[in-house]
Design a protein around this ligand. Structure first.
Ligand SMILES: C[S@@+](CC[C@H](N)C(=O)[O-])C[C@H]1O[C@@H](n2cnc3c(N)ncnc32)[C@H](O)[C@@H]1O
Length: 339
């Protein structure tokens, strides 16, 4: 029924906050630690919540069971592969859940229509924070910045494992790699583990790489990718270009190309980002990509891109060609650029 679909979409924000509540109470971690099906009252006492609120927890769990985060039997609740990802002990995509339900990101979404009507080009962020760009706001509010970096790192883990399992050859034969906009180095740590002889560098804004750990195999460099990128054979740009308008993407890709051309070994650029019209037969992935596109529009004034838009950017930056890998990693695609 149409009304039900409209009600469902309108009220879906409650799903986000129910999931956030599960993350904050570490429901998944508690059930996991219990080691066997966990009855409601034991779950409630472990949090702990007062007994008179057990019925509230029952209702929260009913929604989360319905959504596939937990299974319920007479013996109690058990985790599923979904909730495995939000336990503090698991790969902890919980940080991502906390980020997208964070008040700094939610402000003013009720006034989205104003962004359309406003004659000056603007995003929700620059309306709220006096013309500042998203990454300036991230820098100025350390609590938000830390959460942002933690959330980005948390989504890296399962994605990078999928990438290395499916396409290890992308990294074979490379001697040095820079993760441009690599945050606090989560992706590079996983690459370095898989390819111990590869010299990896995490490169990001100086205040971000302050939280990255330098090791024997991983160098840490702070800077601005629009100014200068450290030399390497290969550049890795995961979830970076979608933050930027076309002309900025072209500038970033040109920086990488120049750096590769000055290296003795030749090289490539590996982009991990969404391709909107790629053949993804998972309707959830398609919808997630479209939601992320609106999010990019509102927060950064940027966008997710279709194949033609990627083609124009890559060739616009002077690359001779590129290859899109057929298997997607959730919503993400892999694009390999040849200088
Ligand atoms: C969406 S996050 C992606 C982080 C990481 N690549 C990942 O996938 O988890 C974008 C990153 O770009 C970085 N960034 C933004 N502006 C930058 C600049 N001018 N120079 C270098 N890094 C920048 C941000 O600090 C942030 O870490």
């Amino acid at each position: 029924m149409e009304l039900t679909r409209i009600q469902h979409t309108s009220i879906s924000f409650i799903s986000s906050f129910a999931l956030r509540c599960a993350v904050d109470l570490d429901i998944s971690g508690r059930i996991r630690e219990h080691g066997r099906p966990m009855p409601l009252n034991e779950l409630a006492r472990s949090i702990p919540i007062p007994p008179e609120k057990d019925s509230m927890l029952l209702r929260l769990m009913a929604l989360l069971v319905h959504q596939g985060y937990f299974v319920q039997s007479e013996a109690g609740y058990q985790i599923t592969p979904l909730s495995e990802h939000i336990s503090t002990e698991g790969s902890d995509v919980g940080a991502y859940v906390r980020l997208v339900t964070e008040v700094q990101l939610l402000k003013d979404w009720d006034r989205l229509s104003d962004v359309f009507k406003d004659t000056s080009k603007c995003t929700l962020i620059d309306k709220l924070y006096e013309g500042k760009q998203f990454f300036e706001v991230v820098k100025e509010i350390p609590k938000f910045g830390n959460l942002y970096n933690e959330a980005m790192a948390s989504t890296s883990k399962s994605l990078m494992r999928g990438l290395l399992a499916r396409y290890p050859h992308i990294f074979e034969g490379i001697k040095s790699l820079v993760d441009v906009g690599g945050g606090t180095g989560a992706a590079v740590r996983i690459i370095a583990e898989a390819f111990p002889t590869l010299k990896c560098t995490v490169f990001d804004l100086p205040h971000v790489v302050e939280n990255a750990t330098k090791t024997d195999f991983i160098d840490v460099v702070g800077g601005d990718m629009f100014q200068k990128i450290p030399p390497a054979d290969a550049y890795f740009l995961k979830n970076v270009l979608h933050d930027w308008a076309d002309e900025d993407c072209i500038r970033i890709l040109k920086q990488c190309k120049e750096a590769i051309e000055s290296s003795k070994h030749g090289g490539k650029v590996i982009v991990i980002d969404i391709i909107l019209d790629s053949e993804n037969d998972d309707p959830k992935a398609v919808e997630t990509s479209l939601l992320l596109d609106i999010s990019m529009m509102c927060l950064h004034g940027s966008q997710e891109r279709n194949k033609q838009e990627w083609h124009d950017i890559i060739l616009g930056a002077g690359y001779s060609g590129y290859k899109i890998y057929p298997v997607q990693l959730g919503v993400y695609s892999v694009i390999e650029l040849c200088p």
